[in-house]
Design a protein around this ligand. Structure first.
Ligand code: PLP
Length: 457
């Protein structure tokens, strides 16, 4: 089969990345060391970045709306962060001992995030959710964890159960099946997970009541990230709060992504306080990080003063370099900046949605505040099943739009997730909207030929 003309154009745009991509295939499976950041035919190899701009090894400059999967709240090389890292790296990067920045960053988070009285830093969001789950099991003496269909909590099996609601395997909406996303899942993990439909308060309530005696925790993202930035209805989170409290189940908010939605996270916006909160991404100022925090009585289970504390070792937790970067980044992330980022996110969605309406493409920009994802449907999207329908309808079109947007100067996640950074202004939002208009115009003949059902009649 011959190559799609738009892929050929991408190759012509980025020949050096293509060459390095071939070389990478020798040493990395599939030519990459990180599956989530990979896209075909090969990703752009980046050379440098500053503010909201990335430059690849061919010298192409693109606006970065991906921000390392939402983690770079200030874009790249923010001056305060650079100064803090330069100062710290010369003094050593990791001591296996407390340091001042560690305590100050923790104080800042405790001050801002309503649910957090104490916390532990981890080296990744994955480790943060893992430690939250272990804490909940230790606290309750129960084993099972309820997670949402379409929810992603990191790179381990339990955190990925039923991530993609494949029809034929997913079961009924009132009791979704626990399904594996690949061949690596032991049956025991599937058996330890109760899957709950997202944004269905009555069904969630019934499932929690039915499994109450075996549930240690319910873990939920206030905005369902991996399946397309689907915001939770307030009633859904309130119901989870009430039902878990009724049965002594630990409610965990995974705010690895959503902490950026206000200076106190999504929980502050919703006014719903979980028992534990998982963090990551923005709190490291661009360096690897994660964390779990919450109610003091629960967090005390990690205390070395305990007879049998929940084991938390983690070589790079709280390392001096990440803490210096994180503290600088979070100090610069004020309530005013959070609001500005969210307003720019709303403007981006508005502009994108106007572009879709003008083109007659059945697609929409969905999200919350600074977080946006494109979906190829105009139907309502309130859970991962709705989002999956749009993904199937689009198929390869998603990547073609992604590659075309890159040639028009804007990069997002392959799944067409966009987020704003404080390095942006309205000018960059306008540029992104223009890039979508231009990309859709270029794609139009291919959509007419291969995806006619996505065009309004
Ligand atoms: C909601 C959520 N939880 C947890 C994680 C895992 O974080 P990390 O990749 O830092 O391990 C992610 C990563 O994207 C995430 O989006």
């Amino acid at each position: 089969m011959s190559e799609h003309p738009l892929i050929t154009k991408y190759r012509e745009f980025s020949p050096s990345s293509g060459e390095l991509g071939e070389r990478a295939r020798t040493v990395f499976p599939g030519g990459d060391t990180r599956s989530s950041a990979h896209y075909g035919p090969y990703p752009l190899v980046m050379d440098e970045a500053s503010g909201c701009r990335l430059r690849d090894i061919d010298g192409n400059e693109v606006l970065d709306f991906m921000n390392n999967f939402t983690s770079l709240i200030h874009g790249h090389a923010q001056p305060d962060v650079v100064a803090a890292v330069q100062n710290q790296v010369a003094k050593g990067s990791a001591y296996a001992a407390p340091n001042t920045d560690q305590i100050e960053l923790a104080e800042l988070i405790v001050d801002r995030v309503p649910s957090i009285e104490q916390l532990r830093f981890t080296s990744s969001g994955t480790e943060g959710t893992l430690m939250a789950i272990r804490c909940a099991r230790a606290a309750t003496g129960r084993q099972k964890i309820m997670k949402m269909e379409g929810g992603y909590h990191g790179s381990y099996e339990l955190a990925e159960v039923s991530l993609v609601p494949f029809p034929g395997r997913r079961g009924d909406l009132d009791a979704p099946a626990s399904t594996a996303v690949d061949g690596s899942f032991p049956d025991s993990v599937l058996g330890d997970t109760v899957v709950c439909p997202y944004n269905e308060p009555a069904l969630a309530n019934a499932l929690i009541d039915a499994h109450a005696q075996e549930l240690a925790a319910v873990i939920v993202e206030p905005v369902l990230g991996s399946m397309g930035m689907i915001p939770a209805d307030k009633e859904f989170l309130t119901t989870l709060r009430e039902a878990t409290a009724r049965h002594g189940i630990v409610l965990i908010f995974d705010e690895v992504i959503t902490l950026r939605l206000s200076e106190g996270g999504a929980q502050k916006n919703y006014g719903v306080t979980p028992d534990l909160t998982c963090m990551g991404k923005i709190i490291g100022g661009g360096l690897p990080v994660g964390g779990v925090g919450g109610d003091k009585a629960l967090m005390q289970l990690f205390s070395p003063d305990q007879k049998s504390p929940v084991m938390h070792a983690s070589t790079f937790s709280g390392n001096a370099l990440t803490m210096a970067a994180g503290r600088a980044a979070m100090l610069a992330y004020t309530a005013v900046e959070a609001k500005r980022l969210n307003t720019m996110g709303e403007k981006l969605r508005e502009g994108f949605n106007q572009a879709f309406a003008q083109t007659g493409l059945r697609a929409r920009a969905l999200g919350s505040g600074s977080l946006t994802n494109l979906h190829f449907t105009t139907d309502e999207i309130h859970d991962s099943r709705d989002a999956f329908t749009g993904m199937v309808a689009a198929g390869e079109l998603t990547n073609l739009l992604h590659l075309t947007m890159i040639r028009h100067g804007v990069i997002s996640a392959t799944r067409l997730m966009y987020c704003t950074s404080t390095a942006m202004t309205d000018t960059e939002i306008d540029t992104a909207v223009t890039a979508l208009h231009e990309s859709l115009a270029e794609l139009r003949p291919y959509i007419e030929a291969d995806w006619p059902t996505l065009l309004a009649s």
